[in-house]
Ligand binder design. Structure first.
Ligand code: DX5
Ligand code: ZN
Length: 474
């Protein structure tokens, strides 16, 4: 049973601010049991957005037509759910005079926001309430309902004159004005030859989340999606300019339309270099973002590699930050030494027998960035409790111990999960992947959400390593 305070806390956890402009598409039944029911839900919203604009759609397109041609904002029910019908009757809430796509608004600027809607001749004109969400930098909350409710997308379709969206003939409507008079309206309703185009808006979910334009959240039991109106509009406009028929069928949006080209940071793994020429090898990767040094103890992993003297030597040879990957048991004994030797970031493995929380504090106490590494078979969720204290999570994409192995692609599912969790919580933790990365899988690694790629064999096999690093950075 959720209380009003629980629900307000959920709004805060979804990174809403009291001064936000937010439009809510809702499904009351998805929220679960709430003490005081729907009224409590609306109280939570109204109190939370005390300094902003709270907007619920109160569409009447399902009832208004040439037979039922008078739109009376006081009486016409909303056809989009219980919460909207309750919200528009609350004190202080004003409802716009748009005959089919009205909104109900609460907030100091509510009256100004709904101004002029009675003159609309189409569902979502650019200078009407739906278009105004862009200037408002509004957030659109899908509370327990899918993106097939994304009314806002009708806007860009309308503004770009996408064919087969509006009825060619206007119908005559009357709008009851606040002074009791009736205003004549010649109005074009939605009309689409293949059914309801919004049934296909659901395919925006994946691309909007992949591009960081929308985030997932939770309100009561309800799964939520929060989309940025302005950025959604930019994205949808670009899609429609590429393919005006993109929403004519439910097939997924092609990946190349939303591939995110991020800058990749490269961390060369010295395990693959020629140690006899350490200084030259380090100099050959001078445009790298980090230098990755694998410390193996022959116990946690069946191999022995570098220790303190190598870290000190590399630190002398370069100004590039050192990224230490401790594949060892009992790292707490050595962290002070590694910090002194010049480590900028230290990853300790989740799978060792020491208390992770104390290790993170210990690493931080030397002003070194704390990171946690996990082996391929360790589920990613185990590090979630530590996430807000970490600078980076190192996801091993091979079994630790040796360079030159093949990347386990299933580890990229963990990267995706982690990326979503980081986004959901609004954190800025890096995701580092280590093992088997080369130019044929780098794009997939990047798309999954990795921001630091450790590269050993693939990089040190190259002659011109700086050019290779530049190419990989993207
Ligand atoms: C493996 C090490 C990796 C390794 C990566 O246990 O943690 O850093 O050097 O090398 P490649 O890129 O060759 O897989
Ligand atoms: Zn490593």
């Amino acid at each position: 049973m959720y209380t009003k305070d629980d629900l307000k806390r959920h709004l805060a956890e979804m990174n809403f601010f009291p001064w936000d402009t937010v439009l809510v598409h809702s499904s009351m039944k998805s929220i679960g049991e709430v003490e005081g029911g729907a009224d409590t839900v609306l109280d939570a919203f109204s109190e939370y957005f005390s300094d902003g604009l709270l907007i619920f759609p109160t569409h009447s397109w399902a009832t208004i037509d040439e037979k039922h041609y008078i739109y009376d904002p006081e009486k016409e029910p909303s056809c989009v759910g219980l919460l909207t019908n309750m919200f528009m009757k609350r004190p202080g809430v004003v409802r716009s005079l748009h005959p089919t796509h009205s909104v109900a608004v609460l907030g100091a600027r509510a009256k100004e926001f709904i101004e002029g809607e009675e003159f609309a001749t189409t569902p979502c004109p650019r200078n009407g309430c739906w278009g105004r969400l862009i200037e408002e930098r509004a957030k659109i909350l899908f509370l327990g309902c899918p993106l097939t409710k994304f009314t806002f997308v009708h806007g860009p379709e309308e503004w770009l004159d996408i064919p087969d969206r509006l009825a060619p003939n206007a119908i005559d409507l009357k709008i009851k004005m606040p002074d009791g008079t009736y205003l004549d309206s010649r109005f074009h309703k939605h009309q689409c030859s293949f059914g309801n185009v919004s049934d296909n808006f659901g395919k925006l979910t994946e691309p909007l989340i992949a591009k960081g334009i929308a985030q997932r959240g939770k309100f009561g039991d309800a799964e939520c999606i929060i989309a940025d109106a302005a950025r959604s509009s930019d994205f949808v406009i670009r899609l429609l300019q590429t393919d005006p028929e993109i929403f004519n069928d439910p097939s997924p949006i092609p990946e190349e339309y939303f591939a995110v080209r991020r800058k990749m940071k490269i961390s060369p793994s010295l395990l693959a270099c020629d140690i006899a020429n350490l200084a030259d090898e380090v100099a050959s990767v001078s445009n790298a973002d980090y230098i990755h040094i694998d410390v193996m103890d022959g116990h946690f992993v069946p191999n022995i590699s570098f220790g303190l003297p190598i870290v000190e030597a590399v630190n002398k040879a370069t100004d590039i930050p050192l990224d230490l990957h401790l594949m060892m048991d009992n790292p707490s004994k050595y962290i002070a030494d590694f910090a002194k030797a010049g480590a900028d970031m230290i990853s300790v493995h989740y799978e060792i027998d020491e208390d992770l929380s104390s290790l993170i504090s210990l690493i931080e106490s030397f002003d070194v960035k704390p990171a946690v590494a996990i082996k391929p078979k360790t589920p990613i969720e185990v590090i979630y409790p530590y996430l807000d204290r970490l600078a980076s999570v190192l996801i091993m994409t091979v079994e630790p111990g040796f360079g030159g192995q093949t990347l386990h692609t299933e580890c990229l599912d963990k990267v995706r999960k982690l990326r979503n969790e980081i986004r959901r919580r609004g954190l800025s933790v890096e995701i580092e992947a280590d093992g088997g990365i080369n130019t044929s899988n780098l794009a997939a690694v990047s798309r999954a959400g990795v921001s630091i790629a450790v590269m050993g064999t693939a990089l040190f096999n190259e002659n011109d390593r700086q050019a290779f690093i530049d190419r990989c950075k993207g």
